[in-house]
Design a protein around this ligand. Structure first.
Ligand code: ADP
Ligand code: MG
Ligand code: ZN
Length: 482
């Protein structure tokens, strides 16, 4: 059977967090009464002239610099012509063959280009409830029309649905950290289209791609891409061809339906915007953009976690690609260091467990578990003062009620039973007595037979004893008895 390699490239629209629109002084708003932030420019009235938003250009440059792109000394705005009710001018001002930024890389994925453009207005469909003259009614809210956008286009360097999701999360964290956008997928300030193709593994030729429009959450992006890969493999296995088209993925039904095919693709008749001069990136503008960037971006942070703290690449990314997790981890690390030292790897092992308990969407800093507490717990486990099982129990209690892990361990009697503990020795004896056949096999050198004996002690101590210690005690006693 042929193995297939998925190939994925993303196109991401980012709404910039400027005060005013891309080409006029109207304020940006979300959720205000419709059509109150408009003027002749963003309504497309004849004769109105656009003026470029300086801050939007700075934000565009900051994104380009953060992604390691080359910033064009001189870039151009073009008119992209098409008719739609949400586009009163009949064209969108965008960048075409000479974009603001080219090249670059974020994590494992190369960036193709980054350009500036304006958003369309928002069409609202009322459906049956708003019927007039027997047909569905739609209305336009021009508040959004003219909002500054940056479009980021990747090279087709992504090779699985999980990687697509993980990479988009890295991009989101990066954009959030540089402060250029709210990057909220639900509210539409971060929108992602996914281009998908498959090819026989090892092949160097790209397959025919389709484009999944507007994946509006990380989960749907991953699921949609997975479904599309399966659909394309199904077609190829059935001897059919993948058709280049734009598709809609319905996250509720999981179905994929065509929006338009290549034949219906628009010819936008791009031409240079005659009302705007070329955008010249001066040294002063570039310096200001560079100045506004934070010292360490998430991809660099992941590299530092790996290099300086010895975390695995996967764990380093899981933390660094979510700034809230990385911040929490570093606070716990600092608290642990002040407290006499905590093992970074051991500490990092507890973050996913914490996330699992509080919910993957929540910031652990807002949970009941103080970073100091998590550091203390990790230190206790490392020192074998508490077994891993018991520590999990302690963590659950911290999540529920907060508090100090040492106090919880003392109060609940969850401390590890040590080899010197009489109670543990007694339990080992009982385990051996309960299963003489297993004990005999262990004596004869069959170490696999020790499992049930260890299990017995674990059960009786409710996980408070360390597995390695129990194993050692059983072997000693069995030998003594022999
Ligand atoms: P279009 O002209 O259809 O917009 P582009 O060549 O500009 O296509 O690429 C758009 C996006 O699609 C980019 O993110 C690119 O990486 C991706 N892409 C291009 N070809 C493929 C392919 N064969 N499979 C998957 N993604 C692709
Ligand atoms: Mg495209
Ligand atoms: Zn306006």
């Amino acid at each position: 059977m042929t193995e297939y390699e998925p190939v994925i490239g993303l196109e991401i629209h980012v709404q910039l967090k400027t005060r005013t629109k891309m080409f006029c002084g109207c304020e940006l708003s979300f959720g205000d009464s419709p059509n109150i932030h408009t003027c002749p420019v963003c309504l497309g009235l004849p004769g109105a002239l656009p003026v470029v938003n300086e801050r939007a250009i700075r934000f565009g440059m900051m994104i380009g610099l953060a992604l390691g792109c080359e910033i064009a000394e001189r870039s151009l705005f073009h008119r992209k012509n098409y008719f739609y009710p949400d586009l009163p001018k009949g064209y969108q001002i965008s960048q075409y063959d000479v974009p603001l930024c080219r090249g670059g890389r974020l994590g494992d994925v190369r960036i193709h280009r980054v350009h500036l453009e304006e958003d369309a207005a928002k069409l609202n469909h009322l459906g049956a409830s708003g019927r007039i003259h027997g047909s569905d009614r739609s209305w336009v809210d021009f508040n959004r029309g003219g909002t500054p956008l940056v479009e980021i286009v990747t090279e087709p360097d992504i090779h699985s649905p999980e990687q697509a999701r993980e990479w988009l999360s890295l991009l989101r964290t990066t954009l959030k950290q540089i402060g250029v956008s709210d990057v909220n997928m639900e509210e539409g300030s971060l929108r992602c289209d996914a281009n998908v193709s498959v090819r026989p593994a090892g092949s160097a030729v790209l397959g025919t791609k389709t484009e999944l429009k507007n994946m509006n959450s990380f989960r749907f992006l991953e699921r949609g891409v997975r479904a599309e890969i399966q659909r394309q493999i199904g077609l190829i296995e059935a001897g059919e061809a993948v058709v280049q088209e734009t598709l809609h993925y319905d996250p509720v039904s999981g179905g994929i339906t065509p929006l338009r095919s290549k034949e219906e693709a628009h010819d936008y008749r791009y031409f240079p915007e005659p009302d705007l001069v070329p955008l010249v990136a001066t040294d002063a503008m570039l310096a200001a953009a560079r100045e506004a960037l934070p010292a360490e971006l998430p991809a660099e942070r992941a590299a530092r976690f790996e290099r300086e703290l010895g975390l695995s690449a996967g764990r380093a990314r899981d933390l660094a690609f979510r700034a809230d997790l990385a911040d929490y981890f570093e606070r716990a690390l600092a608290a642990g260091a002040a407290d006499g030292g905590v093992d970074p790897v051991e500490l990092s092992n507890w973050i996913p467990q914490l996330v699992e308990r509080i919910g993957s969407d929540r910031d652990p800093a807002e949970s009941n578990v103080a970073p100091e507490s998590l550091a203390a717990l990790a230190t206790m486990v490392k020192a074998r003062e508490v077994s891993r099982d018991a520590a999990r129990e302690v963590l659950s209690r911290l999540v529920a009620d907060g508090g100090d892990p040492r106090a919880i361990v003392a109060r609940e009697g969850l401390g590890a039973l040590s080899a010197e503990d009489d109670g543990l020795g007694e339990l080992v004896d009982r385990a051996i007595a309960s299963d003489p056949a297993a004990a005999e096999q262990v004596r004869a050198g069959n170490l696999k037979a020790i499992g049930p004996l260890v299990g017995y002690v674990m059960r009786e101590t409710k996980g408070r004893a360390d597995g390695a210690t129990i194993t050692r005690l059983i072997r000693e006693r069995v030998r003594q008895a022999g």
